[in-house]
Design a binder for this molecule. Structure first.
Ligand SMILES: [Zn+2]
Length: 286
């Protein structure tokens, strides 16, 4: 039933987003696996392990002319709680930039889906608080506002289904710019077994990870979602190989003109696994 719905949804996306899709064929249904990552758009990823579901950076309004916006059928499904977002447990926001976050939309989502919990940097939560009238303050009892300075120790937040760990990694541009941006790297373990990592717009330098070397070696990462520039940079590749050591890495935040076919990409991205098309999935093996 659920798979049928997915296929219908992707068919709808295909027609709605045909201007940016080079390949109109539907993705094959993912085989049964420990967990599955579903690509939304830009840095948006839904991770599903059985009944446990989380989503990273799902709602934003600015593609800066370079990045894909969330396809409308997916946006509608997210607000309605329809598959694949039925039973969604948590939303995680990496940072408050307009290609990752929309305060208006997150407020609306939390208002309409009263079961949802949000994890976000204090900087993003402050923006939401400013927008929320006094009648919507109750929402913030479901908001985990993460206030971390650079080099603060990572924080851990646990529920019965999730272990959410966050550490501040500077936004790309460090050390020359965007130093004020509270960019969070979230390492999340679903159901005690599947661990995924989302880096937001993290800078690639090793120094940010060397600082918490023990933290990074403490838990095996089954799948990482680094911004795509990690996969073409010496520093980024080094961090993945030496510090994060994920079993698999799929680049996100990919410009919409990046070909889905590796052979058509710039040379430095031909051997990288990238999410390029909304609706793509990857199996996550424990
Ligand atoms: Zn950013």
């Amino acid at each position: 039933m659920k798979r049928t719905y997915w296929l219908m949804l992707w068919a709808a996306i295909g027609s709605a987003a045909c201007d940016v899709r080079g390949d109109a064929s539907l993705p094959a249904p993912a085989p049964a696996s420990a967990a599955t990552a579903h690509y939304l758009a830009n840095a948006g990823v839904l991770v599903e392990r059985g009944e446990i579901k989380i989503v990273f950076d799902p709602l934003y309004r600015n593609g800066f002319g370079t990045y894909r916006l969330l396809p409308e059928p997916l946006e509608r499904a997210l607000f309605a709680g329809d598959p694949p977002f039925d039973g969604l447990d948590a939303v995680l926001v990496s940072h408050y930039h307009g290609d990752h976050f929309s305060a208006v939309d997150l407020l609306r989502l939390l208002s309409e889906r009263t079961e949802l919990v949000l994890y976000a940097p204090a900087q993003a939560v402050a923006e939401m608080r400013e927008l929320a009238g006094s009648e919507r303050q109750a929402i913030f009892s479901r908001v985990n506002s993460v206030a971390l300075e650079y080099k603060d120790p990572p924080v851990v937040m646990e529920t019965s289904d999730l272990i959410v760990e966050a550490v501040r990694i500077p936004h790309s541009g460090w050390p020359d710019g965007r130093l004020d941006v509270e960019n969070l790297a979230f390492r999340v373990t679903l159901g005690g077994d599947t661990t995924v990592l989302h880096l937001g717009d993290a800078d690639t330098r090793d120094v940010h990870y060397a600082h918490d070397a023990d933290y990074w070696s403490r838990r095996d990462i089954d799948m990482a979602f680094p911004p795509y520039w990690y996969l073409a940079s010496k520093d980024g590749r080094g961090v993945l190989k030496n510090r994060l050591t994920p079993n698999a890495a799929v680049g996100v935040h990919v410009p919409k003109d990046m070909p889905r076919d590796p052979a058509g990409r710039p040379a430095e991205y031909r051997d990288a696994d990238l999410f390029t098309t909304p609706g793509e999935t990857r199996e996550i093996k424990d």
